[in-house]
Design a protein around this ligand. Structure first.
Ligand code: AMP
Length: 182
């Protein structure tokens, strides 16, 4: 586990805003847009993600998967920093070519995530990036897509882990890296 600097943790936790009852009653939405609007904090987050990716003792990360849509905002800059491919995992119906799809359960109903079937070079080692880890269903579906595409998942990295919702044990034994835990 790559420990972030204490000042970065303080800055990012101050910047992330709690929005009650969005997008529906009972949800406390974690709004990371102020982090993106603060260049030193945003750069610090990308630095931390890069440290996670390069500090993996089991091997190099050869691609970054970002989960639609806020995972794109963090995963894109990380992939550029690492000089490795960025691969988007999108909601069903958005990717234009042949896809692999995984359905997963939401609090109410289910959803489908997709990855271009030819996205991943065989043997690729992928870091999956998103903004928030809650129940882990989204990251688990992305993990299944990467594996079906012939890749290995090195870990899941998020800005914020909502620990009470059980994402980390659900993804075990996959390494989960979180800048903040709430
Ligand atoms: P889950 O599949 O339950 O781990 O949910 C993670 C996905 O839902 C991520 O893509 C997050 O962007 C989003 N998400 C879940 N809960 C929240 C929250 N409280 N605030 C912001 N985004 C959330």
């Amino acid at each position: 586990m790559t420990a972030p600097a204490a000042t970065l943790v303080e800055d990012v936790s101050r910047l992330i805003l709690d929005v009650p009852d969005f997008p529906q009653p009972g949800i406390l939405f974690k709004d990371l847009t102020p982090v993106l609007a603060d260049p030193p904090a945003f750069a610090g987050v990308v630095d931390w993600l890069a440290a996670v990716a390069t500090g993996d003792p089991t091997g190099p990360v050869t691609a970054v998967v970002g989960i639609e849509s806020r995972g794109f905002l963090l995963g894109g800059p990380l992939a550029l920093r690492l000089a490795v491919p960025f691969l988007p995992v999108r909601k069903a119906g958005k990717l234009p070519r042949a896809v692999l799809e995984e359905s997963y359960e939401l609090e109410y109903g289910s959803a489908i995530l997709a990855l271009h079937a030819d996205a991943l070079p065989r043997g690729g080692r992928v870091l999956i990036v998103d903004d928030v880890l809650a129940t882990g269903g989204t990251a688990a579906a992305a993990t299944a897509l990467v594996r079906r595409a012939g890749g290995t998942v090195a870990g899941v990295a998020v800005l914020l882990e909502l620990a009470a919702l059980g994402g980390r044990p659900r993804l075990a034994p996959l390494p989960v890296h979180a800048l903040l835990t709430g």
